[in-house]
Design a protein around this ligand. Structure first.
Ligand code: GTP
Ligand code: MG
Length: 229
């Protein structure tokens, strides 16, 4: 189980505390990988917070490198550090209910799918974010013909180890979510969705600003062009 903790600070306890308790109670062999890579010029206290959490818990490990990319980089560094047969990634900002991690793991085992993603059926992060998401997902379906898949960026994201190895992910930014789905489809892997609820971020404003939207558009165009050539 991998939690992306970048810039979460003390608030990360709201996620890793309950998640650890649930994993301990679940009677499964697990490890919890907490990722808080950081930029050298941007202090982030989260590294220390998760180190203190991990130090007394054998099943908890930290990934605390120097950041060389955005969310995709962090997700890839967490996946690379994880050793389990199933990997489930979630954000450390408490927007997803913690219990969805175990729910996804169990659903993956029951159904035998290779890749699973959260699909936000109820989201409370505001009309602006919802609108951006709808436009993004419609554009995505039109460009890539991914009918049946909605909410590309929904988390948690679950991968079997075999799927992770086959996907050979390379995105360093937000496009990693799209890359997982497109790459899985290209390889004929089974992808399924888990309906989830998405809460507002109480700690900070959305990171999805105009620059992020431009980055999404650039990525989609690049990927689409690559597929054609
Ligand atoms: N924004 C951002 N998030 C990062 C980065 N690296 C890792 N992350 C992780 O990515 C996760 C998702 O980012 P969020 O900005 O919360 O994404 P979101 O919830 O889809 O969108 P907003 O809540 O609208 O910002 C966070 O929990 C971070 O831990 C980074 O460089 N930038
Ligand atoms: Mg968030």
């Amino acid at each position: 189980m991998i939690v992306l903790c970048y810039q979460a600070g003390e608030a990360v306890h709201r996620v890793i505390g309950p998640l650890y308790e649930q994993l301990e109670a679940a009677d499964i062999a697990y490890e919890l990988v907490l990722v808080a890579n950081q930029w050298p010029d941007r202090p982030d206290p989260t590294g220390q917070v998760i180190e203190e959490f991990a130090i007394h818990r054998d099943t908890v490990r930290t990934v605390l490198g120097e950041k060389q990319g955005a969310m995709g980089w962090d997700m890839r560094s967490g996946l690379a550090a994880a050793r389990g047969d199933y990997m489930v990634v979630m954000d450390g900002d408490a927007q997803n209910p913690v219990e969805d991690v175990l729910k996804m793991y169990r659903r993956m085992r029951e159904t035998g799918v290779d890749v699973m993603k959260g699909r936000r059926i109820a989201r409370f992060d505001g009309p602006y974010r919802r609108a951006i998401s709808v436009v993004y997902n419609l554009t995505f379906i039109l460009l890539f013909r991914t009918r049946g898949i909605w909410d590309v960026n929904g988390k948690p994201k679950g991968l079997t180890r075999a799927a992770y190895e086959a996907l050979d992910l390379e995105s360093d930014d937000w496009f990693i979510d799209a890359e997982i789905l497109l790459s899985a489809r290209r390889r004929g892997l089974a992808v399924a969705e888990l309906p989830v609820v998405f809460h507002p971020n109480d700690e900070r404003a959305s990171f999805v600003r105009p620059a992020a939207i431009l980055e999404f558009l650039r990525n989609m165009a690049r990927q689409r062009f690559r597929r054609r050539s």
